[in-house]
Design a protein around this ligand. Structure first.
Ligand code: FES
Length: 102
């Protein structure tokens, strides 16, 4: 799978008012960013960019991320297994239906 140009935006839960304690943060989402970056490296997916963002406005479905340019939105990302499932699909050019926010 060609992942060139893929960019993963992970909600880091901070709000415009500076509050760091959004829903995704409380559920541990931002803590998985390091694992996400390590796993991308381990898989040789060095062309995939990762950035953290402020609230993605899907708090009730968080922890959340969105992958561009496809605009594929994922939620309920609470473990390394969830990251693995999403990356498995990304490598295959598929969408992880279990975490997809439709
Ligand atoms: S706090 Fe993550 S989507 Fe709002």
């Amino acid at each position: 799978m060609n992942t060139e140009g893929k960019h993963i935006f992970v909600c880091a839960s901070f709000r415009a008012n500076g509050s760091p304690q959004g829903t995704c943060d409380k559920k541990g989402g931002p803590a998985l960013v390091q694992y996400l970056q390590e796993e991308l490296s381990d898989r040789g997916l060095d062309d995939v960019l990762v950035s953290t963002t402020s609230c993605l406005k899907v708090c009730d479905r968080g922890p959340a991320m969105v992958i561009y340019p496809d605009a594929t939105w994922y939620g309920g990302i609470e473990s390394e297994d969830d990251i693995d499932a999403i990356l498995d699909c990304l490598e295959k050019g598929e969408v992880d239906q279990d975490h997809l926010i439709s």
